[in-house]
Design a protein around this ligand. Sequence first.
Ligand code: IDP
Ligand code: MG
Length: 139
Amino acid sequence: MSSPEKTLILVKPDGVRRGLVGEVISRVENKGYKVTNLRMLTADRALLTKHYEEHQGKPFFEPLLEFMSSGPIVAMIAEGEQVIQGFRKLAGATDPTQAEPGTIRGDLARDMGTKVIQNIVHGSDSKESAEREIKIYFN
Ligand code: IDP
Ligand code: MG
């Protein structure tokens, strides 16, 4: 029997500041995915540089690191069939103005006029990313 697919989910500092940790976990659980690991931490630059290495050199990279280290985040591992794609659907589009109502970003986030998009959650985008990101946040 192969083990179920896993993804890394983060509630970003904007989500934690606004008291949306429970809301995000509820949406993940209500969908039927299982949260197997959970931790709150304040990420430092070294950890975030590893996590977001694909975005190095982009104009929003520095603002992204600044934002993501601006307060506590909640990291979790969720598992279930097709959870990677399934959570990306639950999260909605990166830009909260474009994210469909019904999604986490569409319902709970908006354009704040900042250099980096603040959009409540992160979710891994592929099996390779999930495996890599889970190792960064859970050891
Ligand atoms: P994702 O979180 O939907 O996977 P990515 O393209 O991987 O989106 O970008 C990582 C994070 O960087 C986004 O969630 C958002 O916070 C921020 N970001 C992405 N693209 C932009 C942009 O064009 N301007 C400002 N911030 C951005
Ligand atoms: Mg991404």
